[in-house]
Design a protein around this ligand. Structure first.
Ligand SMILES: [Zn+2]
Ligand SMILES: [Zn+2]
Length: 204
């Protein structure tokens, strides 16, 4: 897209925002990008499209903690930050169940069709794919409450530079465990330390 095709409002946004920022109304990151010049959020009149990429975004806030960043321009990007993915895996190792599918592509969570399987297994695989495609309702509800409560610290119409956001809402293992605890309904601190032996569930 050339500069001339930008609306007056989009042009003004690109002049005003000088670093990647959280657009408070939508929670999307937007701002200048070293490689692609501009990352849009969905609120702009003509969001910037990046030729040759699955998604025109270099990063976004993690869909669990909303503090660290995740995502990327590939369909194989993780939508949760490193810390939240570690917690997701730790809980899966303890419980045998993966709490959330955190990849943009279903295969990243082992959801896909494998050939040469009995019909009932194929049915299960299809059911999981359909559920994945519908999205995780828990995470939509979570976003409504968690992102909104973090965003309430700032101007409701503002664009908050990512470092300012993260100074207020510091990412890290503790924040990720806290987010999972509230999201899944278990309490912290857990009995055992994070070294892989953390208890998850109702035993405390
Ligand atoms: Zn926006
Ligand atoms: Zn996270």
């Amino acid at each position: 897209m050339t500069e001339r095709e930008l609306s007056a409002s989009d042009k003004a946004i690109r002049q005003r925002i000088t670093e990647l920022s959280v657009h408070i109304p939508c929670g999307g990151l937007r701002g200048p990008q070293p490689t692609w010049r501009w990352q849009s959020c969905r609120c702009e009149d003509n969001p910037q499209k990046w030729e040759g990429y699955d998604v025109s975004r270099a990063k976004d806030l993690c869909i669990i903690c909303f503090r660290d960043t995740a995502g990327g321009p590939s369909k194989w990007a993780w939508l949760a930050c490193e810390h939240c993915r570690q917690v997701n895996t730790a809980i899966e190792q303890r419980s045998g169940e993966q709490p959330f599918s955190l990849g943009r592509h279903s295969l990243m969570s082992g959801i896909g069709l494998r050939g040469e399987v009995p019909a009932e297994v194929l049915d299960q695989q299809i059911a999981k794919l359909v559920a994945f495609a519908r999205g995780d309702g828990r995470l939509r509800t979570w976003r409504d409450s968690e992102y909104r409560s973090l965003a309430a610290a700032f101007d409701p119409l503002g664009d908050i530079p990512l470092p300012v956001w993260q100074q207020q809402w510091v990412p890290g293992p503790d924040a990720s465990w806290d987010a999972f605890a509230r999201l899944l309904g278990f309490s912290l601190p857990l009995e055992v330390d994070a070294g892989g032996d953390r208890e998850v569930g109702g035993s405390q």
